[in-house]
Design a protein around this ligand. Structure first.
Ligand SMILES: Nc1nc2c(ncn2[C@@H]2O[C@H](COP(=O)(O)OP(=O)(O)OP(=O)(O)O)[C@@H](O)[C@H]2O)c(=O)[nH]1
Length: 331
């Protein structure tokens, strides 16, 4: 038997959508901008499975020049448990975040307490982090809704207390944390980056065909360990063959016995998202890729900014059309 050889490249998908920038993303970002002067700490969440791709150039723009005079930007990599252990981007633990906030805010001595804001892509885990910091800091239950699809938090709420100086001997200032809606990258120049973002859950699952996403997942799984799907099929580069085998095994068949390809593809994707189909990241992180990413950052920021402006104008046009009697649609 010849040894299995995984595909070395994934086919270029020129017709793939490159954006998922919605009205509430633009509105959320605009509101964050107006609030920044009252904010002392920004906790920027990135996804540990895509530490490079989940960096949003819009936050670079939002925060440029902001972090001075004691203000601090803290980058946190979420979903660590779903990323492969070796090569994982180191991140602060919740305990370390709380301790940093406690120390820095106590040093500031503000009478009204310190104010932090959590930002990041849709579905990256902002509300989950807020709940965890609140549980760790003031031992209180959930304050923010979380969910498996992007867009659960649509508006900036009011701050929740995560450090209470009255009940915390090592804190001399209260700290409040503000949840914000996830903001997508207005324009993703690289089609493969769009696949990574969609696979990680930042894009609604209706935007990119699940079959394409499952194929991209298979491409990665085959580089990690094709044995993880040995219950269904021998190592293969054919997503059609693998999904057919899975569908027969789990009973995802339509009337007449035809395979429900999209349903099975979604099932496979969810298994990976829940950590049941191996745990690994999608970004190759080394000195070279980091340097390349930094070099590309400026271009990406430029195209995202112009795309965001276009989206802003279009949203304004839709609002004015709606006012004149037409119906506005989002998306
Ligand atoms: N395995 C794992 N799942 C997580 C982690 N953090 C968040 N999640 C899950 O990811 C999904 C999204 O989490 P949320 O906290 O709602 O994400 P969000 O960034 O607030 O999402 P938006 O409201 O879209 O902006 C939920 O299903 C969470 O349970 C984590 O560290 N590990």
């Amino acid at each position: 038997m010849t040894a299995f050889v995984p595909r070395t490249t994934f086919p270029a998908l020129t017709s793939l959508p490159r954006s998922y920038y919605l009205g509430h993303h633009a509105a959320g970002l605009a509101k964050m901008k107006t609030m920044l002067n009252q904010i002392d700490f920004v906790i920027e969440c990135r996804d540990a499975r895509i530490p490079l791709t989940s960096r949003n150039p819009m936050f670079e723009d939002l925060l440029s020049g902001w972090a001075s005079g004691g203000r601090e930007r803290i980058v946190v990599y979420t979903k660590q448990d779903l990323a492969v252990e070796e090569g994982r981007t180191p991140s602060k633990t919740n305990k370390e975040i709380l301790s940093l906030l406690r120390d820095r805010s106590s040093a500031r001595q503000s009478l009204t307490g310190a104010h932090a804001m959590v930002v990041g892509l849709p579905n990256v885990g902002k509300s989950t982090l807020l709940n965890a910091l609140r549980a760790g800091g003031v031992k209180k239950g959930k304050a923010a809704h979380t969910g498996a699809q992007p867009g659960v938090t649509r508006k900036i709420g009011t701050g929740v207390k995560i450090i209470d100086s009255e009940n915390d001997a090592s804190a001399s200032s209260d700290v409040y944390l503000l949840d914000t809606p996830g903001v997508f990258i207005p324009y993703v120049p690289d089609a493969e980056a769009m696949l990574k973002l969609a696979l990680s859950g930042s894009v609604k699952d209706t935007v990119i065909p699940p079959f394409t996403l499952a194929d991209y997942l298979l491409f990665h799984v085959n580089h990690q360990n094709p044995e993880v799907y040995s219950n269904y099929h021998q190592p293969t580069n054919s997503i059609t063959d693998l999904l057919s085998a899975m569908a027969h095994k789990i009973g995802r068949l339509q009337k007449g016995g035809e395979v429900d390809m999209d349903g099975t593809a979604m099932w496979m994707i969810q298994r990976w998202r829940n950590g049941h189909l191996d745990r690994f990241g999608l970004d190759l992180v080394n000195d070279e890729t980091v340097a390349k990413y930094e070099r590309g950052g400026e271009d990406e920021r430029g195209s995202s900014l112009s795309q965001a402006r276009k989206a802003g104008k279009e949203a304004a046009r839709q609002r004015s059309r709606a006012k004149k009697g037409g119906a506005a649609t989002e998306g």
